[in-house]
Write a protein that binds this ligand. Sequence first.
Ligand SMILES: Nc1nc2c(ncn2[C@@H]2O[C@H](COP(=O)(O)OP(=O)(O)OP(=O)(O)O)[C@@H](O)[C@H]2O)c(=O)[nH]1
Length: 276
Amino acid sequence: MTNDSPEEEIRAVSGGGAGKGPVRRNREDDNVTILTSSMDLQRAGRGRASSSNDAAPSLTSSVDLSTSSLELSIQTRIFKIIVIGDSNVGKTCLTFRFTGGSFPEKTEATIGVDFREKAVEIEGETIKVQVWDTAGQERFRKSMVEHYYRNVHAVVFVYDVTKMASFRNLQTWIEECNGHRVSASVPRVLVGNKCDLVDQIQVPSNMALKFADSHNMLLFETSAKDPKESQNVDSIFMSLACRLKSQKSLLYRDVQREDGKVQLTQETETKSNCPC
Ligand SMILES: Nc1nc2c(ncn2[C@@H]2O[C@H](COP(=O)(O)OP(=O)(O)OP(=O)(O)O)[C@@H](O)[C@H]2O)c(=O)[nH]1
């Protein structure tokens, strides 16, 4: 499977949550580490490059590249996760909380799509989790829809627990997703955001849980705003990353030097089971 690099066409944003605990939450695991600096990424990438020989890559393309910065890309898999749902439910704030660890003071309606990345380490492998934050407003999204559904690895559906309409509209979002040929095997999770607004909750947990069950999704109830919930926001994306890691044929950016050339390869076999 290949993946378009969003750098080519999408505005990149650096940095990148909070809420009530998920109704069902994947457990934290000591083997899961979130890397916080580019130096960590560099070290992790190099370490793996010298020791990894367990994959069975197949050649897909060859390009001339010469700079040492390529080492950063060695064997880094990228998981593309899209976040969709009504406007104002908190998609941007959730992606900020996960990728940057904070709640943005001020947000504006997303136009088209933004993406943010975070390097995480799972069972000794550094993985780039690429979170695509999509516009909820129809007028800001229609030209970009094809781009963000393309080669997606996982989908996060978000509703606002204080807005019943945003929950009812989930069916429409699911239909749109299915309409863009997102395979049923692509993992999906449901997130009820803004649980810090306890006096205003309109969507009961049991209703959301029933909906999630009927669509084979995990449900997380959380808040991008409440700093005490940041781990729960992390667990939304980390649980997906762990699931994806254990699946085969995901995008794999492998660089091997050979006669002055660099080969880009794609993973073809299943890696070890994830502890999550
Ligand atoms: N109380 C509370 N407010 C939140 C939370 N998350 C987001 N908000 C607020 O909700 C508003 C919308 O947040 P965004 O993250 O911009 O919403 P969005 O879904 O990305 O909106 P679009 O870009 O239009 O699709 C902002 O005023 C945020 O401050 C939360 O967990 N709790």
